[in-house]
Design a protein around this ligand. Structure first.
Ligand SMILES: [Zn+2]
Ligand SMILES: [Zn+2]
Length: 1257
């Protein structure tokens, strides 16, 4: 109590008297002084008064001495009494008296202060400060908390009692004081203040736990939202303006700099020296959180996993030393590991052809399996079987295997011994072997049959996977003898004595999979990720740890030893394996939610993809667009990109930047003896950071001028190196229009070495199109016998701008050249004709292959998403046999995806670290187009109630638009006006809604933040007539309050949207066909579009075929134009392609149109190699009857021909056989013309055409 009364007192203005120095008597002295000082200042008063004052002073001195002698106890008693008296006096004080007292106090203080000299002022201040700081430094934690909480209370009490007026007054005076202080601040002071602020904040943040960080962020966000919501329009405008100014102040000078300046330093990110304060992971400088807790490694400290503390020294030496044994070990590490692994990976490894370092690249699906304890008679020892035979014998057997690269027997012996010593899984197999022997002995002794022995791995939850000690064989597995069939887990991995005929699969979710497959990495049996793994959730609880988070943690380097980053080829394999595991896990989830997806597809809640109409009838397994890399995902991205382009205009610049493995950052981060290919983690991380820097240059500094919008996608080459394709739309005043403006941005010539030697070096090493054509027919750019990129180009004196094509850049014949070695032609010189167009600034800063082109063509968007076509054109037909032996044809998007994917290590790392595969400047909102009551959601039996409660029947973007319109009109009717907080969407088209409002919780609401998005409606095939018509209506109508509203045209209600749209004049037959083609043109590749046009001609009643041909000519011929055929030739090729297609359908194009194009055939677009490969692949998957047919046809072809009739029930896989045959025959350079009069043939033809296209891009 005493403390509380004392504290505020200390803050009261001290009176100006001479007083004893000690703090203990200060208060008393002030009491005394307060009364005595008044007369002492007025010397003119009568002497009686003076005497009185003298007396008082004497008394005070006496009192002071007395008090000095009083005991601690007495003193504290007295004080408490004084305090109580005072408190009582003040409580009893009348308002008036209180006023008097405080005002006289104030007056006295202020007078004293005003008379104060500067020195006095300084000394008072500093002594106050010293006193306070001393007191605070001596303060115990308790006292500190007590004081601060008391202060807080007082302040908050005062504030809560504050009137509105007082509040504003306080705020404004605070602001004024602050702004005055800041305006008077010198630069130095400001710097000091800022750095002190930053330091304080960072200190506070470094002490924060992950949970606190999250909480702080949430609070900050909320606080910001609140202040912003409260700010007036004017203030907000002012703030934004200030933000912009601040932002631009250091940006404007760089605007457009890459058009004129080449004086730029090479970009350098520094070394990996920033350490995560939570998990110790090493990071590049780049962007980093203030708390020094990073997200990618440990999610700001939420993930903690044990590192490789128990790693045996002998094995560690093999990983790290440079002696010859170690070099040999690392060279063949995959072979050593995989032949000693107890579980093996079943996967199709496709190492890219050609030179270059080893690249682990995987194709298709991946399985993990394990075998039995003993091999089948006559078979080699596999997997764990090696560990139960004599070490010497095992090592000899392994070293003698023919298939393997030469592996040393001694090294095998050493490794086997190490595993015997440290690996609990090896010991569990030995344990099983011992039990088996025991059982044999017992059986003989007891004269009975030998009982069966099997081993089951425990899915033991009590065994903490995060602990530091080694698990023992008994902890990880249990051996059963005979009929004891207490399976410890629901689906535990079981090892049998001998092969049961099928493999024992290891699931991606089994924690034993990693240690069984990678015994040399997880030598002590450290478990991999499993489905029940937990982590902190940031709110004090625990949540599931995803596989991605788990492996991301281990894939970060730390100063501690980790075998992963030393394992070279095995590391590549591990990265790929881990990513496929994560991906398969996600796909499994999708497989389990098919019902939902099917409904979404049927009802128009997702984008239509082109193969949907062409596929076989039957079941379809969906892979939704939320799955990165799926065809639907690409369709969505592509449609979004088109929406961006149609909103902001044609793109101006097309940039491709490639990762350079020779970047300094990569080289510095490698461990001794490593190549970039050994460290996909470094490669991906460095590329990611370079990308960030590039984005900053382009979109923040605006080095090419101000940017209206941008889109980019990341791709991975066959050898795994990442590159980026980026499209930029510049603001009007920055668009390059003239030849000289183009020359400022793009250069296609070798620089003058005398002028800039550095730039010459860079360009001659990064920007030359390597010798191809006759010098190197195997070059990857070769299609047939020509370079697909048309190098070498022609010399050209000046840049010429084609109307709508690509500019031809200046390539002067100035004698400059670079020497290149070729295999068969010795050294040849490459000159300006072989320079890949570049920008000087970018090349100098980023020093990698960076191809910059002026594009001015919407078609570029298609090529940005070129793999879209690969995605959807895959013959996604699968034949499977159900339990009853009936064959089904299924379009299984999930399996198609798995079968056709290629994965390499840098891409795996990119995904595991959760880096983006694509991005764009403006968010695009996908708007649903569905018929009435079609937004329902399927739920499982027994969950109907739940579903209803979850509000599944919430409005979609479309029904909410109706509702918003309805509300507007209701308000207008009842009140005559629309309240401010109601969305007024009158006159706004459905597709424009996201530009004005935001959609949250099933409602259109007023936009709270500044980021605008643009909208686009889901793509609907014109063949889906009703929805197509609905979409057309939505494009043309505003203010619709309901479906019925849309269906009512001129007062007449139409049952069908098609009729309503026709009645409204939005959908005439001609417009229908035109719109169909327009949609298709924005969606399909040129060959697909031509196929679609042929279908329309054949099945529709088109009267204006020629008109449509000319209207979409650019789209029809686009693929040929892109291949740099002259315009006329490209058009002729496209026209001839129509003729071929018509012929294939048994029709003549002349029936619809006859134009005088030259007859040339697009023969050179067939990729024979691809056909052969694809044919072989398909053939290897055929069932016996199908193979019989294929063989018969091929034999007939070889022996000169014949007529073969194939018959089979629907769904028996005929189409698949045809496709397979077409591929094989085309691969043999034979002409194949599929002719049929049913729909399937058309789609067949389409599939082939698309392949021609994508293999030749
Ligand atoms: Zn970390
Ligand atoms: Zn070439």
């Amino acid at each position: 109590m005493a403390k509380r009364t004392k504290k505020p007192k200390a803050k009261q203005p001290p009176a100006r008297v001479r007083r004893p120095r000690t703090r203990d008597v200060k208060d008393e002295a002030r009491e005394v002084g307060a009364t005595s000082s008044t007369p002492s200042t007025s010397t003119t008063k009568p002497s009686q008064k003076r005497r009185l004052a003298m007396k008082k002073a004497e008394a005070a001195v006496k009192k002071f001495h007395q008090r000095e002698e009083e005991s601690e106890e007495v003193r504290s008693k007295r004080r408490r009494l004084d305090a109580l008296n005072k408190k009582k006096a003040r409580e009893e004080e009348t308002e008036e008296k209180h006023e008097n007292r405080t005002s006289s106090n104030k007056e006295r203080t202020s007078r004293a202060r005003s008379e104060e000299t500067v020195d006095q002022y300084q000394s008072r201040k500093s002594s106050n400060a010293a006193r306070t700081s001393k007191a605070r430094s001596e303060e115990t934690d308790d006292k500190y908390h007590c004081r601060t909480s008391f202060n807080r209370d007082r302040t908050s009490r005062a504030r809560s009692e504050e009137t509105e007026e007082q509040y504003h007054h306080r705020k404004s005076s605070d602001r004024a004081r602050k702004s005055r202080a800041r305006s008077e601040e010198t630069d130095e002071k400001r710097d000091r203040r800022k750095s002190a602020d930053a330091e304080r904040a960072s200190k506070a943040r470094s002490k924060e736990s992950g949970a606190e960080t999250l909480r702080r962020r949430v609070q900050d966000k909320e606080h910001k939202a609140v202040t912003r919501a409260a700010e007036s329009a004017e203030v907000s405008k002012y703030r934004k303006e200030a933000d912009r100014k601040r932002h631009y102040s250091h940006v404007t000078e760089d605007r457009g700099i890459a058009r004129k300046d080449v004086r730029v330093e090479e970009n350098y990110l520094g070394t990996m020296s920033e350490q995560c304060s939570s998990c110790g992971a090493l990071h590049f400088k780049g962007k980093q959180p203030q708390s020094k807790q990073f997200n990618t490694c440990c999610r700001h400290g939420l993930i903690q996993l044990p590192l490789f503390y128990n790693f045996p020294k002998e094995l560690r030496d093999l990983f790290t030393s440079s002696i010859s044994e170690s070099v040999e070990f690392l060279k063949n590490i995959r072979t050593y590991n995989n032949s000693l692994a107890m579980g093996s990976i079943v996967a199709h490894v496709v190492t890219p052809k050609g030179g270059g370092p080893y690249t682990y690249r995987l194709h298709g699906q991946v399985f993990h399996v394990t075998g039995a304890l003993h091999p089948d008679p006559g078979q080699e020892h596999l997997c764990a079987q090696l560990f139960i035979i004599d070490t010497e014998e095992a090592a000899a057997e392994l070293a003698n295997r023919k298939v393997k690269v030469s592996c040393s027997k001694d090294l095998y012996k050493k490794l086997i011994n190490l595993l015997h010593m440290y690996n609990p899984f090896v010991n569990s197999y030995k344990m099983m072997r011992e039990k088996e022997e025991e059982e044999e002995i017992l059986a003989t002794a007891e004269n009975r049959d030998v009982r069966e022995v099997k081993m089951v791995f425990r899915s033991n939850k009590s065994l903490n996977p995060n602990r530091y000690q080694l698990p023992t064989a008994e902890e990880i597995a249990v051996v059963f003898v005979g009929d004891e069939d207490e399976n410890p887990g629901k689906r535990a991995i079981t090892v049998y004595q001998r092969s049961t005929g099928t493999f024992q699969y290891l699931l991606d979710t089994d924690k034993e999979t990693d240690p069984l497959c990678y015994p040399l990495l997880f030598v002590d049996g450290k478990y991999g990720w499993h489905v029940n793994q937990q982590r902190q959730d940031g709110h004090g609880g625990m949540t599931k740890m995803s596989a991605r988070e788990f492996y991301s943690y281990y894939l970060h380097t730390r100063p501690n030893f980790s075998p992963l980053h030393h394992a070279k080829k095995l590391f590549q394999q591990f990265c790929v394996d881990v990513w496929t595991k994560i991906e398969q896990d996600r796909l499994n989830f999708i497989r389990q939610h098919q019902d939902q997806l099917r409904v979404e597809s049927v009802q128009g809640l997702m984008d239509h993809i082109s193969s949907e109409d062409d596929g076989p009838c039957g079941k379809r397994i969906f892979l939704p667009n939320t799955f990165t890399g799926s065809p639907r995902h690409f369709v969505s991205l592509y449609q979004d990109a088109l929406a961006v382009v149609s909103r902001f205009g044609k793109p101006d610049l097309f940039l491709t930047m490639t990762c350079n493995p020779r970047w300094k950052e990569i080289q510095e981060a490698l461990l001794p003896g490593q190549e970039p290919v050994d460290r996909p983690d470094i490669v991906s991380r460095v590329f990611k950071l370079k990308l960030e820097e590039l984005k900053k240059d382009l979109f923040v500094k605006n080095i090419f001028g101000e940017v209206a919008a941008w889109i980019y996608v990341i791709e991975f080459q066959k050898r795994g190196l990442p590159h980026m394709h980026l499209l930029m739309i510049l603001k009007n005043e920055w668009k390059p229009r003239t030849a000289s403006e183009i020359d400022d941005i793009v250069c296609a010539e070798l620089p003058d070495p005398a002028e800039d030697q550095e730039l010459f070096e860079i360009i001659s090493t990064t920007q030359m199109h390597r010798p191809c054509g006759i010098y190197n027919p195997d070059s990857s750019c070769m299609v047939g016998d020509a370079c697909s990129k048309h190098f070498p180009k022609d010399f050209r004196e000046r840049t010429s701008v084609e109307n709508d094509g690509f500019p031809m850049y200046r390539r002067r014949d100035d004698g400059r050249s670079v020497a290149f070695k070729t295999k068969n032609f010795g050294v040849i010189q490459l000159d300006n004709r072989s320079v890949v167009p570049y920008n000087k600034y970018l090349s100098k800063k980023f020093r990698s292959h960076a191809n910059l082109e002026i594009c001015g063509n919407v078609g570029a968007v298609k090529y940005l998403y070129k793999y879209l076509y690969k995605g959807t054109s895959r013959a996604a037909i699968h034949i499977y046999t159900d339990k009853n032996g009936v064959e089904h044809m299924t379009e299984n998007e999930v399996n198609s995806y798995l079968d056709t994917r290629y994965v390499c290590a840098p891409e795996s790392i990119w995904h595991i670290f959760d880096f983006r595969m694509s991005d764009r400047s403006t968010p695009v909102m996908q708007l649903k187009v569905h018929l009435k009551n079609a937004q329902g959601v399927v739920y499982k039996e027994g969950e109907e109630k739940d579903a209803a409660q979850r509000g599944q029947l919430r409005d979609t973007t479309l029904t909410a638009w109706f509702a918003a319109n309805q509300r507007c009109y209701d308000e207008l009717e009842s009140t005559g006006m629309i309240p401010e907080d109601v969305v007024d969407c009158r006159g706004i088209y459905y597709v424009e809604m996201p530009e004005h409002f935001q959609f949250t919780k099933g409602k259109w609401a007023l936009r709270k933040n500044a980021t605008r998005s643009i909208g686009r409606m889901h793509f609907v095939s014109p063949r889906d007539q009703e929805r197509f018509a609905l979409r057309v209506m939505l494009l043309n109508v505003t203010d619709a309050k309901s479906y019925e509203d849309l269906q009512t045209v001129g007062g007449v209600f139409y049952e069908k949207f098609v009729d309503a749209a026709k009645a409204a004049g939005y959908l005439t037959e001609d417009i229908f066909y035109e719109k169909s083609l327009e949609e298709a043109a924005s969606f399909h590749s040129a060959p697909q579009l031509r196929g679609f046009f042929v279908t329309l001609l054949m099945f529709g009643e088109i009267h204006n075929a020629e008109e449509l041909w000319y209207r979409f000519l650019d789209d029809f011929a686009e693929d040929f134009v892109y291949k740099h055929f002259p315009k006329e030739k490209a058009e002729a090729l496209a026209y001839n392609d129509l003729i071929v297609r018509m012929n294939a359908m048994g029709e003549k194009l002349e029936k619809w149109m006859s134009l005088g194009y030259e007859r040339i055939m697009p023969d050179d677009v067939i990729d024979f190699d691809y056909c052969t490969k694809e044919g072989d692949r398909m053939r290897s998957t055929l069932v016996a009857e199908q193979e019989e047919v294929v063989k018969a046809v091929l034999d007939a072809v070889k022996s000169g021909g014949g007529l073969i009739y194939v018959d089979g029930p629907g769904g028996s896989g005929k189409t698949y056989v045809y496709l397979c045959l077409i591929n094989i025959l085309q691969g043999m350079h034979l002409k194949v013309i599929p002719i049929a009069w049913i729909g399937i043939a058309a789609s067949l033809y389409c599939l082939m055409e698309e392949r021609w296209l994508h293999s030749s891009i």
